[in-house]
Design a protein around this ligand. Structure first.
Ligand code: COA
Length: 328
């Protein structure tokens, strides 16, 4: 039986039902005994809708919400997800309609590289996204480690020049004028990783929605050496007890390796300062050196999936890029 599907922008009034469908769809696909238990008290729909409502779509069939899709604007990079459809309507073309409308939004945003995370074992998922020009790349590992009791903040080493000492602080400690300058310094840092990559909206969203904080790593010369946008606890993308690095990056260049290690330690210290017991970070395995560093620091993979790219290029999933994100 054919159904009539229409696509429109998500509104505040859709949030509860979109969230219910998101949990039910993933929980059903994963075969959870209680599908609605998917993600516990973590949240994707509200936080991403409020990140930018212009990137949130719902599908309607017969006057009821049939599914939703949310897009995130990271400058020249666009991230797609979550895309979910009510299980009683699977294989009726709802996702196809949502994806068609999503591609128009990416065009309007002039996204150069779009990406998503999906189930690598699912031929159905890969097929669906390939129809829209996304091609599978490397696996992405979503990793975690318990937050330990020892202080990991890099201690000042007197044998090094002032230029070499690294310290960290957080965005919430800055004055409003310092924040404005920080956003442009962050944009420079990410632009060196991938032209036009800009996380300004994520940083602002974390602050405006009180989701966590942004960890800032600085070298002795006052340069920004790394950033990590962190969600903390329930009703964020982290969930109770967790600090989740939504996006993190070390400054690209000769000292990336060192900066990245310090950034990971700073995130752990930050998590501990917030009373959180678990640090979660995703890394694409094509960013080989970054992935290796997480393994060395005793992160363990909890979930793995595949990154899909549109167009069929690596973007910043290359061995020399020290970036944390998972595109879920
Ligand atoms: C994945 C999901 C969004 C798809 O939604 P949907 O509305 O059922 O998708 P559509 O009907 O638009 O498209 C499904 C396509 O897969 C095809 N398909 C189904 N089974 C397949 C298989 N085993 N192998 C290849 N293709 C398959 C269908 O034929 C259809 O393609 P067609 O339109 O060319 O015929 C939905 O199943 C869902 O919500 N799953 C749980 C959450 C999830 O996994 N979200 C995506 C996370 S990345």
């Amino acid at each position: 039986m054919t159904i009539s599907i229409s696509i429109r922008k998500m509104t505040d009034g859709d949030l509860q039902e979109a969230d219910r469908i998101m949990r039910l769809a993933f929980g059903t696909f994963l075969g959870l005994p209680d599908p609605m238990a998917f993600m516990g008290d973590a949240d994707y729909i509200q936080t991403r809708y409020h990140f930018d409502p212009s990137g949130a779509l719902v599908a309607e069939a017969d006057g009821r919400i049939a599914g939703s899709c949310i897009l995130m604007n990271w400058g020249s990079v666009g991230i797609l997800g979550p895309l979910t459809v009510r299980p009683d309507l699977w294989d009726r073309g709802v996702a196809r309609h949502l994806l068609e409308a999503s591609m128009s939004i990416f065009e309007r945003w002039q996204v150069k590289h779009a990406g998503l995370f999906t189930f690598s074992q699912s031929a159905r998922h890969i097929y669906l996204y390939q129809k829209f020009g996304f091609w599978p790349g490397f696996l992405t590992a979503i990793m975690s480690k318990p937050v330990t009791g020892t202080i990991k903040q890099r201690e000042h080493d007197e044998s090094k020049t002032n230029q070499d000492s690294l310290s960290w602080s957080t965005c919430s400690k800055l004055s409003s004028s310092e924040k404005t300058s920080l956003l442009s310094r962050c944009a420079e840092l990410t632009n060196d990783i991938y032209p036009g990559l800009n996380l300004q909206k994520e940083i602002e969203s974390v602050e405006n929605q009180h989701l966590g904080d942004t960890v800032l790593l600085q070298n002795g010369g006052g340069e920004l050496a790394g950033i990590a946008i962190c969600h903390c606890g329930p009703r964020t993308e982290a969930g109770s007890g967790n600090c989740y690095v939504k996006f993190g990056a070390a400054k690209f260049g000769q000292r990336s390796f060192e900066y990245f290690g310090c950034l990971l330690d700073a995130c752990e210290s930050f998590a501990r300062s917030k009373g959180l017991s678990n640090l979660i970070a995703g890394v694409n395995t094509g960013r080989r050196s970054a992935y290796r560093m997480l393994l060395e620091k005793r992160f363990h993979t909890q979930i793995q999936g595949v990154a899909m790219h549109r167009p069929d290029e690596q973007g910043y999933d290359t061995p020399d890029k020290y970036v944390l994100d998972d595109w879920r």
